[in-house]
Write a protein that binds this ligand. Structure first.
Ligand code: AP5
Ligand code: MG
Ligand code: ZN
Length: 214
């Protein structure tokens, strides 16, 4: 199955993708994680992306489309995949269609902006493996230490309040129109509802139900 996870920054795309990936045994392709990795290793692409990312802006379409195209051509994508954070603009969605991706469904995780701001301030990520936690909603067993690899938990640079507000603005302007794009293709499924009250487990249950009822 080929699934897109759509939603505002901090809606829980990465958290849900990690769980669904395991249960369906398909890889998650997160453009955010790929760009952060490129930044860490200092590749040309990472250098180009740095300023955009840290300002809460989108990295130019051509850069992102290029890395996704390469990634989807790898063997492990043959039986399907989850796209987390891509596409994020209409031109990216059109490029994905032009690649012949033939997406099965688009799960839109709806969460209100106020809830997002709280989630982002409590988010911590493992410096080593990238696993995501939340200080209250999903804490690690030992504070500041990753359960999976014992790496140190840090705050993402773009999770500071001003950058989060900028990312939300970018989301509403550039990414939200994708809902209409995929609705017109009959692929859009909204989960969680506007109040964003769903816990990680409750949202996961809604996603699995939506996937099973397709
Ligand atoms: P990216 O890394 O994709 O960031 P994002 O889309 O802004 O989304 P996040 O990773 O912040 O949120 P998430 O939805 O994954 O939430 P999470 O599961 O962590 O992109 C970063 C940057 O890279 C962009 O700003 C851009 O510059 C660039 N970029 C990436 N892709 C691009 C593209 N295609 N085109 C152009 N530029 C691109 O959850 C958040 C927190 O909430 C966690 O702490 C979690 O534990 C907690 N939580 C999750 N679900 C729940 C719940 N149900 N209840 C309570 N807490 C919850
Ligand atoms: Mg994420
Ligand atoms: Zn780790």
């Amino acid at each position: 199955m080929k699934i897109i996870f759509l939603g505002a920054p901090g809606a829980g795309k990465g958290t849900q993708a990690e769980i669904v990936s395991k249960s369906l045994n398909i890889p998650t392709i997160s453009t955010g994680d790929m760009i952060r990795e490129a930044l860490k290793t200092g590749t040309e692409m990472g250098k180009k992306a740095k300023a955009y990312m840290e300002a809460g802006d989108l990295v130019p379409d051509q850069v992102v489309i290029g890395i996704v195209k390469e990634r989807l051509a790898l063997d492990d994508c043959k039986n399907g995949y989850i796209l987390d954070g891509f596409p994020r603009t209409i031109p990216q969605a059109e490029a994905l269609d032009a690649m012949g991706a033939d997406i099965d469904c688009v799960i839109d995780i709806e969460v209100k902006d106020e809830v997002i701001i709280n989630r982002m301030s409590g988010r911590r990520v493992c410096e080593k493996c990238g696993k995501t936690y939340h200080t209250e909603n999903n804490p690690s067993k030992i504070e500041g230490v990753c359960d999976a690899c014992t790496g140190a938990l840090i705050q993402r640079k773009d999770d500071h309040i001003d950058t989060v507000k900028k990312r939300l603005e970018t989301y509403h302007k550039e990414t939200e129109p994708l809902k209409g794009y995929y609705e017109a293709q009959g692929k859009l499924i909204e989960v969680e509802g506007k109040d964003g009250k769903g816990s990680i487990e409750a949202t996961h249950a809604l996603i699995m139900e939506a996937l099973n009822n397709r």
